[in-house]
Ligand binder design. Structure first.
Ligand SMILES: NC(=O)c1ccc[n+]([C@@H]2O[C@H](COP(=O)([O-])OP(=O)(O)OC[C@H]3O[C@@H](n4cnc5c(N)ncnc54)[C@H](OP(=O)(O)O)[C@@H]3O)[C@@H](O)[C@H]2O)c1
Length: 251
């Protein structure tokens, strides 16, 4: 339990990984957590475990989001739902561009737009956006559409602080590097192979590391806004400069 003035939270992408860990962590601190994702079964299991309120809604379902928010007073919005894809701009499909922009960016903007008026009315609120190092850095192997949507989430986080200036509403962006979740398994369509390729030989972050980072910001004293946290595994760095030799450029 804690002394937070926040009574309620809405966490998107709550059925697995980072989102489920955030639901657990915020529930432990005495906040009533509304957990949103598409997988109703997993949300029910999380509800039995944590006491959270499950909402089996897709963030792509605009009418569903509007109906949900109309009936709730949300103090903490955690925009966490996200998807990725393999490939880059040279081989992406129109459908993948639409899906990533829709889930990773459009829905974040829409939910924020829906939740902010209530926060302004109560002069109390906290928006936590889970972006990614992909939104801040270019690196080979990353999906260009994913990078672009996460850069949008970064920009939104920055601009929101200007929009909400002078109010007791905080905006936190948490930008993780590799976290051991289902995201890579979903990406390549094979959980076991993803575990082998991305996790077995690496000391990645765990979902609770990000949940604890979120809790640090949410439970901080009201005078303090943790505006941005970049969270890397100790053994991972972002960087590297590539320069193709004249002889290596073909076509
Ligand atoms: N894992 C990493 O290395 C890493 C690094 C940086 C940033 N991130 C970000 O962290 C966030 C959480 O990802 P994760 O790693 O925890 O992956 P994950 O285990 O695959 O979780 C993704 C969550 O998003 C939900 N989701 C996907 N599409 C949705 C939709 N249309 N409507 C509602 N919910 C939807 C999924 O639930 P349903 O399938 O039940 O809808 C799931 O709960 C994402 O924004 C991701 O980009 C992850």
């Amino acid at each position: 339990m804690s002394n937070t003035p926040y009574r309620t939270a809405l966490v998107t992408g709550a059925s697995s990984g980072i989102g489920a860990a955030i639901v657990r962590r915020l529930s432990e601190s005495g906040i009533e957590v509304h957990a949103l994702a598409r997988d109703a079964k997993r949300l029910e299991a999380l509800a039995s475990e944590t006491g959270c309120v499950p909402h089996a809604v897709s963030v792509s379902d605009q009418a569903g989001l509007e109906a949900l928010i109309a009936g709730l007073e949300i103090d903490v919005l955690v925009n966490n739902a996200g998807q990725s894809r393999t490939g880059n701009i040279t081989n992406t499909t129109p459908e993948d561009i639409d899906a990533l922009v829709d889930v990773n960016l459009r829905a974040v903007l829409q939910l924020t737009r829906l939740v902010v008026p209530g926060m302004i009315e109560r002069n109390r609120g906290h928006i936590v956006n889970i972006s990614s190092i992909a939104g801040h850095y270019a690196f080979a192997g990353g999906n260009t559409v994913y990078h672009t949507t996460k850069a949008g989430v970064h920009s939104l986080s920055q601009q929101l602080r200007c929009d909400l200036f002078g109010r007791q509403i905080r905006v936190t962006e948490v930008s993780p590097a590799r976290v051991e979740t289902e995201v890579f398994g979903r990406l390549i369509g094979d959980m076991a192979e993803a575990k082998k390729r991305f996790f077995d030989e690496y000391d990645s972050l765990l979902p609770e590391d990000i949940a604890n980072s979120v809790a640090f910001a949410v439970l901080a004293p009201q005078r303090m806004n943790v505006s941005f946290m970049e969270v890397l595994p100790t053994m991972q760095v972002v960087g590297g400069l590539n320069f193709a030799k004249k002889t290596s450029v073909s076509g």
